[in-house]
Design a protein around this ligand. Structure first.
Ligand code: 5AD
Ligand code: SF4
Ligand code: FES
Length: 346
């Protein structure tokens, strides 16, 4: 694409936070070598909207049990090679306390689609709220609407439920027994009952086209997401997509930059998946519109058992190591760790 057209489209996105699907697609299709201006303007928008603060969200991976069979994911039920674990209530609360002591302002309670009792999750939320000043994000997949409500009433602030892909046929192909419609309805319902909502996309999932990625951005605008993340697809040996190609850093960065321009107020993480395929991946995303990092605080004895994809970073580190590492990365970019909870900017 010629530089005049790139400049015109990027300027339009920068000023109006709007682009036609065809134009988004054109930018996603352009060679990354031609797109310095896109990444630069996304960084500029991030600076205007978020300043130089980076928000940290501490992830507690509390259960690797999952009843679903997503074609791309190592936690899928049919991966019988994976040894499963589930933290007890007290361990989760203790880990949250430790995250708070490390200076984190948000914990993300994350698991596969486990059947962890809803009432027990509610008690955990209440106890964390009573004993710390943490904001709480839930990332537990799809549960019934009554559970979402119960947890919101217990004090949960945010819910992270990635839509993964905006193409219904592709979604349903890779998520046997699940419905795209229910995914979107869940996100809308969560928003209605007062959660800040986060979603996300897997980049370069086999069969995904730039057109579909453009639809992902338009859908994310429609959903009025408070957070939007994107990480490259990484093939896992014990899944049906074992032989497929790893996603690219380039496409992930283009998508990150467009996320910042089209959803200027969204929180955008530099994802662990991007840090896994490129040692500098998270740094690159932080320079292309991202303003959030989500370090792991799970006890190291469980980390290798939460293998969503292979060679996930930080498997041999402890919570304190990751906190320090991330602090270093942020400082090296001339940015700073936020001292606030980093609620939605909407
Ligand atoms: N590659 C990249 N991301 C993946 N996820 C699951 N499997 C993979 C993979 N192979 C992401 C999905 C899901 C979350 C658990 O991790 O986006 O929401
Ligand atoms: Fe389970 Fe989530 Fe993995 Fe799907 S992506 S198999 S729901 S952990
Ligand atoms: Fe875990 Fe860098 S964030 S070691």
């Amino acid at each position: 694409m010629n530089q005049f057209r790139i400049k015109r489209l990027v300027d339009q996105a920068f000023e109006q936070a709007e682009l036609a699907k065809e134009d988004i697609k054109a930018l996603l299709t352009a060679d990354i070598a031609e797109l310095d201006y896109l990444l630069q303007q996304a960084d500029q928008k991030r600076k205007e909207v978020c300043g130089d603060e980076v928000h940290l969200r501490a992830i507690i991976e509390f259960s690797s049990y999952c009843k679903q069979n997503c074609h791309y994911c190592g936690l899928r039920k049919e991966n019988h090679k994976l040894e499963r674990y589930q933290l007890k209530k007290d361990e989760i609360i203790e880990t949250a306390g430790m995250a708070s002591e490390l200076g984190y302002q948000t914990v993300v309670l994350q698991s596969g689609e486990d059947e962890y009792p809803a009432a027990e999750i509610a008690e955990i939320i209440k106890e964390i709220k009573n004993t710390t000043d943490l904001a709480i994000t839930l990332s537990l997949g799809e549960r019934d609407f009554a559970a979402y409500k119960l947890w919101r009433e217990a004090g949960a602030d945010r819910y992270l439920l990635k839509h993964e892909t905006a193409d219904q046929a592709l979604y349903e192909k890779y998520h046997p027994g699940m419905s795209f419609e229910n995914r979107i309805e869940s996100l809308n319902y969560l928003k209605t009952i007062g959660y800040q909502i986060g979603s996300g996309v897997i980049i370069d999932l086999p069969g995904q086209t730039p057109e579909i990625l453009a639809e992902d951005l338009l859908l994310s605008q429609d959903l009025k997401l408070d957070m939007i993340g994107s990480g490259p697809f990484i093939p896992h040996e014990q899944t049906p997509l074992a032989e497929s190609k790893t996603g690219t850093v380039e496409m992930t960065l283009k998508f990150t930059a467009l996320s910042r321009l089209l959803l200027p107020l969204a929180h955008i993480p530099a994802t662990t998946a991007l840090g896994t395929i490129d040692a500098e991946g998270r740094q690159k995303a932080l320079l292309a519109g991202a303003n959030v990092v989500m370090p792991n605080v799970t006890d190291s004895k469980y980390r290798e058992k939460y293998q969503i994809y292979p060679e996930k970073i930080c498997v041999n580190e402890e919570a304190g190591d990751c906190r320090q590492c991330i602090g270093g990365i942020i400082a090296s970019l001339g940015r700073e760790v936020s001292q606030t909870k980093g609620h939605s900017l909407r």
